[in-house]
Design a protein around this ligand. Sequence first.
Ligand code: NAP
Length: 284
Amino acid sequence: MAEILTGAPVSEAMIRSLIPRAEKLRIGGVTPRLAIIRLGEVGSQLAYQHSAQRMMARIGAEAECFVLAESCPKAELLALVEEINRRRDIQGCMILRPLPSPLDEQAVCAALVPEKDVDGVTPASLGAVFTGRSVGYPPCTAQACIELLEHYGIGLTGKHVVLIGRSLVVGRPLSMLLQARDATVTLCHSRSRDLPGLCQRADILVAAAGSPGLIGKEHLSPGQTVIDVGINTVRGRLCGDVRFDEAEAIVQRISPVPGGVGAVTTAVLAKHLIDAAEKTALPG
Ligand code: NAP
């Protein structure tokens, strides 16, 4: 049976290291504060907002939620982002997405200053992931996969990582973070030929397709580590992209859904907020 790579010990270790950093900031007169922008009442976004608020409370940071109407004009949203850019008491901002159409999500994300882009959505943050510069922050889910692998001592140097999904939220930035750690990365997508054959050759397989049960025994080999990023709802139940029962019987290690990568994502958000607050408290 495979070792189960649960996210809770990873996020707990991160929280333990963030609490004294947040306290030191508060003693120095800087209360770490995250702005959360939400449009409308989408259930999954409300759930993520609440989980981010709980995480901020745990580390001793504050979360300030700005709620706008689903039909809010672009100018009103941009004015809010500008206000957050200006406010010295807010060091990080998360814009809950997807934004309702016809809002131009790219333009809204680009309006945020990279110093406060703790969720890795601005062109500057994404560019930095690709160029290796330290501007902004990588997308939290991509970084959460790295945190999970590092916590469980799974080395990346020289490993062949097969990554399924090429979105700007997970797949593409994660491919860069992995290459920066000397992994050899194969990035797959919906047009990739022979996905089972490609997956079988992986040392580490990361599934981020958003397709429930896409990966099963025909994709897997003994000795592999499988990271399931997918979050899908099937008949009211959360599941990943990997058929867990089939995979658990074959591979060496696997992260579950729920309770795997998703459990680490808000801890990464908190870490980015503390990093950002420390940069404002100790400029340069
Ligand atoms: P996305 O933007 O829809 O991208 C999905 C990617 O998977 C695309 O590149 C797509 O290929 C590829 N793909 C889809 N079906 C495929 C198939 N049958 N075979 C091979 N490739 C396939 O999704 P996303 O935003 O990256 O999210 C991916 C999953 O991660 C979702 O389940 C989402 O809920 C989950 N997620 C989890 C967290 C977390 O905290 N754990 C955070 C964010 C997202 P094409 O490019 O060719 O279309």
